[in-house]
Design a protein around this ligand. Structure first.
Ligand code: PLP
Length: 444
């Protein structure tokens, strides 16, 4: 695909023009059908064209589409905040609404810094993050991200926040067991805090499962408990970036629920409104809000469109739809089935090195040699090849870069809408297998 991400005054036809979507399918103007096997950018989690959501959007727009958050509250925003507090773990009861995942993580970072300021600890303003990570594209969010290609151009302006490894057991050759790996990662975090000075570190941020920068990397059951213990020891807040993993994607409402660790702050987006309208949130615990409420009272951030009633009503309808249709459970069940099917393909494929994931968040890493785990040469641009050949077969897959820290891994993520049925998974896998055959013929 030879494309630009700009839209010219006249529509740019280098991308196929989509006319409509229904369920897990999208249709272009040539009548070609695509399975949205990636939910766009892991976003369209209830599928396309859901009438209930369209009705809720119409209802809200008849009432009021916009009010400014510093002048009015709305029933839509208040109901959404209540719903989020009900579905969030622990005492994560406060929602600060924004418009994108980048704004949600950047707000999370600011809230963490504000928390320490309100407590009189003025120097606690650094964030520790991991090399394999993606937390967003705005400068603060990008500062926390280890995504090398997205950082490169702006490096001189970015903070050097990423400083610890991510749990990437498939390629962690330095340690014998997962337990040893996890101990090493926790020690690394401790060293990073001590290096920066514990009085200078506000928070540690991590995706529960790494998406764009890793291809659905899943930590062990103990990893986050060990990392959180280090945070607690040194008075460092823990921010979970649930932008990709939240709202049922991994077979639980939030990714962190797999690990029995409750974050101090969470960032969400994407599946929160399933792409029907922009909506994201920074969700803050009572613990973090307490000094803020006793101090300056407001979170020192905000956007014109924060808590936009149209988006709030849409997101509320999406979350109700997820609940009513048991989509979190469906994600767990269909995700297990999808992973099993991809594992079957992996057994005979010469280039699938690793299959990983939870729920409908399945990562597939491709290698030149399954035994040595050697990756393909960069120039082959394997991920884009795989994405394109799947696209030709009518299947959208999400490209991921598992190439941080000098590694050159190629991965894609399968993350279809949480509504997917068993028959639809079979059809998705059939198309994926067709594309895989072509990839293998091209590469081997
Ligand atoms: N955090 C994570 C984990 C993400 O995957 C993304 C986007 O892919 C973001 C943050 C940024 O979200 P957005 O693209 O909505 O700004």
């Amino acid at each position: 695909m030879n494309q630009t991400n700009l839209i010219k005054p006249v529509l740019d036809h280098e991308y196929p023009l989509i006319t409509h979507g229904k369920g897990i399918y999208l249709y272009d103007e040539q009548g070609k059908q695509y399975i949205d096997g990636s939910s766009g950018a892991v976003t369209a989690s209830i599928g396309h064209g859901v009438q209930e959501i369209i009705d809720a959007m119409a209802e809200q727009s008849k009432k009021v589409s916009f009010v400014y958050r510093s002048q009015f509250s709305t029933e839509a925003a208040e109901k959404l905040a209540k719903k989020i507090s009900e579905i969030s773990p622990g005492d994560l009861n406060w929602s600060f609404f924004v418009n994108s995942g980048s704004e949600a993580t950047e707000t999370a970072m600011k809230v963490a810094i504000q928390y320490w300021q309100e407590k009189g600890m003025k120097t606690k303003n650094k964030i520790i993050s991991r090399w394999m990570s993606y937390h967003g594209i705005t400068m603060g969010a990008l500062s926390m991200s280890g995504h090398i290609t997205r950082r490169q151009l702006f490096e001189p302006m970015l903070e050097k926040y990423p400083s610890v490894s991510a749990p990437y057991y498939y390629r962690d050759a330095a340690h014998k067991t997962i337990e040893e790996c996890d101990d090493f990662y926790a020690q690394e975090l401790e060293k990073a805090i001590l290096r920066a000075g514990k009085d200078n570190v506000a928070a540690f941020i991590a995706e529960p499962m790494i998406g764009a920068a890793g291809g659905a990397l899943i930590p062990s059951d103990q990893y986050f408990q060990k990392m959180k213990a280090v945070c607690d020891e040194y008075d460092v807040l823990f921010i979970a970036d649930e932008v990709m993993t939240g709202m049922g994607r991994t077979g639980k409402m939030f990714g962190m629920e797999h690990f029995n660790v409750i974050p101090d702050i969470m960032a969400t987006g994407k599946g929160m409104s399933a792409g029907y309208t922009p909506m994201a949130a920074t969700i803050v615990s009572e613990k973090v809000m307490e000094p803020i409420l006793n101090g300056s009272k407001i979170i020192m951030s905000g956007h014109t469109f924060s808590a936009n009633p149209q988006s709030a009503a849409t997101s509320l309808a999406v979350l109700n739809y997820i609940e009513k249709n048991n989509l979190v459970e469906n994600s767990a069940r269909m995700g297990a089935y999808l992973k099993e099917k991809i594992n079957e393909l992996a057994r005979t494929s010469e280039i699938i090195g690793d299959v990983r994931g939870k729920g409908l968040f399945v990562g597939i890493e491709f290698v030149k040699d399954k035994l040595t785990k050697k990756s393909f040469a960069r120039e082959l641009d394997v991920v884009n090849k795989i994405v394109q050949l799947n696209f030709d077969e009518g299947l959208l897959v999400y490209p991921a870069n598992a190439g941080a820290e000098g590694l050159t891994g190629d991965a894609v993520i399968l993350s279809p809408p949480l509504t997917i049925t068993k028959e639809e998974v079979d059809e998705l896998v059939r198309r994926f297998a067709m594309a895989l055959g072509k990839v293998e013929r091209e590469l081997l």
